[in-house]
Design a protein around this ligand. Structure first.
Ligand code: ATP
Ligand code: MG
Length: 334
């Protein structure tokens, strides 16, 4: 007779470590994305002199896996302020022509402009195999990538927790802003919020409060991603000794039981969740997570009650399952 597997917080910790190592973006994949970036720069620099291209999102914030897309931001300093969206669309169309017409390019399926609120150029690069996005002048994305990369490096537990929470959400169909659920970015902020002091003691500090000159810096973004933000941060002094397993289960418990989804908003800039009795937050009856640079709600996509309830239900289900059987398999992550 085979003994049934015994799951404990220790075995869960090991599972999380192993799973993270298995799926994290490899240096080879990053290298391919950087080569693609150089290739794009060669095409774009004669067309848009003075523009600069940045690899953002999970490809450079430390939370990317092997299947993560490549999010690029193209900064054009001479773009007129004001009618940003209209001008961004124009730039993207010109960019689309330049890329599609470039001889022997690696995007045989052609690039397409998606006229979303933040318009993007979308294509698949056949050499790296990556899905790619380029946006214009979304400097907030460059700043928050820099900030997230710092959170990723500040404590060894941040990266595996974020990566496994993203994996879990993807498996349960609640990680797709285009379908009205949570973006990876929103999920990442939810984990950081938990680690900033919902768990006691905190695992990570409130970096924007502790290092305002680095993480509230409002100058030129071009130099941000070329430097390692962790070089500015002192060694983490967290007294939290909880294991990955404990923190993972604690994360689900918080969002299943303690967090008030309809009344609170999360602010990682302030390091806490607050009651929504002010301004833009007051009207919203669904989840609110504040973008740490521009203050917008990053979960605006969650607008149907059906999706809102589905998300909350998934968190509750995960917590109840983990309580009884703390393993990734039981919540269908592996
Ligand atoms: P993955 O691609 O691995 O699923 P990601 O972090 O790249 O994860 P996205 O949610 O697609 O996931 O976001 C890409 C990047 O775009 C984020 O890292 C962030 O820099 C920026 N971003 C996304 N949503 C917002 C938002 N609402 N406000 C500001 N920046 C955002
Ligand atoms: Mg991405």
């Amino acid at each position: 007779d085979v003994e049934p597997p015994v799951f404990t917080l220790e075995t869960l910790t090991r599972e999380i470590q192993e799973e993270c190592l298995k799926c994290v973006q490899t240096m080879k994949t990053l290298q391919k994305k950087l080569e693609l970036k150089s290739f794009l720069e060669r095409i774009l620099s004669p067309v848009f002199p003075g523009g600069s291209l940045h690899l953002c999102g999970s490809s450079s914030n430390g939370f990317g896996d092997e299947s993560s897309d490549a999010d690029f931001c193209f900064i054009l300093t001479n773009l007129r302020q004001g009618n940003n969206r209209g001008e961004a669309m124009q730039v993207l169309r010109q960019m689309q022509r330049s890329l599609n017409n470039y001889p022997n390019n690696s995007f045989p399926n052609k690039c397409g402009v998606i006229p979303a609120k933040v318009p993007i150029l979308k294509f698949k690069d056949m050499i790296s195999g990556c899905e790619c996005d380029i946006n214009i002048n979304n400097t907030v994305g460059v700043r928050n990538t820099h900030l997230l990369r710092a959170y990723c490096g500040v404590d060894y537990r941040v990266q595996p927790l974020v990566m496994l929470v993203k994996r879990w959400a993807k498996k349960h169909d609640i990680n797709d802003a285009s379908q009205g659920t949570l973006s990876s970015y929103a999920l990442t902020l939810m984990v950081i919020h938990y680690l900033q002091g919902v768990c006691k003691p905190a695992v990570v500090p409130v970096l924007q409060r502790q290092y305002p000159s680095v993480f509230r810096y409002i100058g030129d973004v071009s130099r941000l991603l070329s430097q390692d933000p962790c070089q500015h941060i002192a060694c983490n002094q967290s007294e939290n000794r909880q294991s990955l397993g404990e923190l993972f289960v604690g994360f689900f418990k918080y969002y299943a039981v303690d967090f008030s989804w309809s009344d609170d908003y999360i602010s990682i800039a302030m390091g806490a969740a607050y009651k929504r009795n002010l301004g833009q937050w007051k009207q919203n009856k669904k989840i609110c997570i504040e973008e740490p640079f521009d203050g917008n709600n990053v979960t605006k996509a969650v607008c149907s009650l059906e999706n809102f309830n589905k998300i909350k239900m998934k968190f509750r289900l995960a917590w109840h399952t983990l309580k009884i059987s703390p393993s990734l398999e039981s919540i269908k992550v592996t």
